[in-house]
Design a protein around this ligand. Structure first.
Ligand code: SF4
Ligand code: SF4
Length: 78
């Protein structure tokens, strides 16, 4: 899912727009707009760098499956 920006927390610093490697976000007069939501590849840069924790998103389940599988193989090694 694309990032969701909480307008009540956003201070309009523009950091997320600058840092997004996919140019998915764009500055507006208020909080940034998610202009290409389908192009977001969930790198987490905007979420980590936002100084006011205004950004959240849910990682799609298919992207989480490899993590679970790695955990599975780790437990097999023990
Ligand atoms: S998660 Fe990454 S690709 Fe998606 S909007 Fe944030 S910085 Fe851009
Ligand atoms: S980095 Fe956070 S506070 Fe700054 S413009 Fe983006 S959402 Fe708003």
């Amino acid at each position: 899912m694309p990032p969701v920006i909480d307008a009540s927390r956003c201070i309009g610093c523009g950091t997320c727009v600058e840092i997004c490697p996919g140019d998915i976000l764009a500055e507006t007069e208020k909080e940034p707009a998610v202009v290409y939501p389908d192009e977001c590849f969930h790198c987490g840069a905007c979420l980590v760098e936002c100084p006011s924790t205004a950004i959240s998103y849910r990682i799609p389940l298919p992207m989480m499956l490899p993590v679970f599988r790695l955990d599975f193989f780790k437990s097999e090694d023990i």
